[in-house]
Design a protein around this ligand. Structure first.
Ligand SMILES: N[C@@H](CCC(=O)N[C@@H](CS)C(=O)NCC(=O)O)C(=O)O
Length: 259
C-alpha cells in the first residue's frame, strides 16, 4: 500500500492479466486523480476535493468487487481516496489490513474514525445511504426489497457462476496454470442459466429494478470482464443492451481496470 505499488503495479499482475494490464506509461482512467503525495492513492469524486477525505477505499483496480464500488462512488460524486492493495504481495493478508477486514479481501471501506465496512454490496448500500436523493437504494419497502433481492442474487448466485469461469480463464492465466475445460464448461453453463434470468427480467426494462439502482452496478461488474472470460452475450440481446447502457455511463467507464 504505497505510491510505488500504485504507480508501478507488481509485474506479476500486469503480465498475468494480459490484455487487461495497462501498458507502461498509460494512465489511470480519466477522472481518477492521481494523488500528488506518496501513499498509493487516487482520489475520486466531484472536484473540488475537500482538503481532507474521510472515506478510504482499500481496493485493487482489477477486482470486479471493487469495480462496482468505484462506479457507485463516481455515480454519487462522493470524494473517496482509493488505496491500492497489492494482492500479489499479500498485502490483503497483512495484520494491518486484517484489522480492517478479517477476511483479508478487497474492497474494504474505512472512515477516519475507524469505522469499517466490507462486502462490496454492503459498501455500496452504505455509500448510497449517504445520498438518498440519488435513488440508487430506494427508501420505500418494496423498492428496497427489489434492490436487495438482486444484491443477494449477485452475492449468492451470479458471483459463484462467474467466479467459476474467471478461475479457469483470468485466474488460471494469472497463476500460470492451464484451463480446466470441464470446470470451465460447467461454470459457463451456470453463467448462461443466470444470463437467461437477467434476459427475462430485462424485457421491456432499461434497468433491473426499472430505474437505475445499486443492483445494476453490482451485477454488471462481472460482465465487464466478459471478453477475457469468453462470455458471449449474442444470445441475450436484452442483457447485451443493458450492459452497453451501463458501460456508456461515465461512472462505469471511469471505473474500468487500466487497459
Ligand atoms: N463477496 C466479496 C468478495 C470479495 C473478494 O473475493 N475479493 C477478492 C478480489 S475480487 C479478494 O480480495 N480476494 C483475496 C482472497 O480471497 O484472498 C465482496 O463482494 O466484497
Amino acid at each position: 500500500m504505497s505510491a510505488r505499488l500504485l504507480s508501478e503495479p507488481a509485474p506479476v499482475r500486469r503480465e498475468a492479466l494480459g490484455d487487461l494490464a495497462r501498458s507502461p506509461g498509460s494512465r489511470r482512467p480519466e477522472g481518477l486523480a492521481h494523488g500528488s503525495r506518496p501513499g498509493g492513492r487516487w482520489r475520486i469524486g466531484a472536484p473540488p476535493f475537500p482538503r481532507r477525505n474521510t472515506l478510504k477505499l482499500y481496493e485493487n483496480p482489477f477486482s470486479s468487487a471493487a469495480l462496482k464500488v468505484r462506479a457507485v462512488i463516481h455515480e454519487l460524486g462522493l470524494p473517496v481516496t482509493l488505496i491500492t492493495v497489492d494482492m500479489a504481495k499479500g498485502e490483503h493478508k497483512s495484520p494491518d489490513f486484517l484489522a480492517k477486514n478479517p477476511n483479508g479481501k478487497v474492497p474494504t471501506l474505512v472512515e477516519d474514525d475507524g469505522f469499517c465496512v466490507w462486502e462490496s454490496n454492503a459498501i455500496m448500500c452504505y455509500l448510497a445511504a449517504k445520498k438518498p436523493e440519488s435513488g440508487l437504494l430506494p427508501a420505500d419497502a418494496r423498492g428496497m426489497a427489489q434492490v436487495q433481492q438482486w444484491l443477494q442474487w449477485q452475492a449468492t448466485t451470479f458471483s459463484a457462476s462467474t467466479n467459476e469461469v474467471m478461475m479457469e480463464t483470468i485466474y488460471a492465466k494469472l497463476f500460470g496454470r492451464s484451463k480446466d475445460e470441464a470446470k470451465y464448461a460447467a461454470g459457463m453453463e451456470k453463467v448462461r442459466r443466470d444470463l437467461a434470468v437477467l434476459e427475462k427480467t430485462l424485457t421491456g426494462k432499461e434497468f433491473l429494478c426499472g430505474k437505475l439502482s445499486l443492483a445494476d452496478f453490482s451485477i454488471v461488474s462481472a460482465l465487464v470482464l466478459r471478453t477475457p472470460m469468453g462470455v458471449d452475450l449474442e444470445a441475450f440481446p436484452n442483457v447485451k443492451a443493458w450492459v452497453a447502457r451501463l458501460e456508456a455511463r461515465e461512472s462505469v467507464r471511469k471505473s474500468l481496470p487500466p487497459m
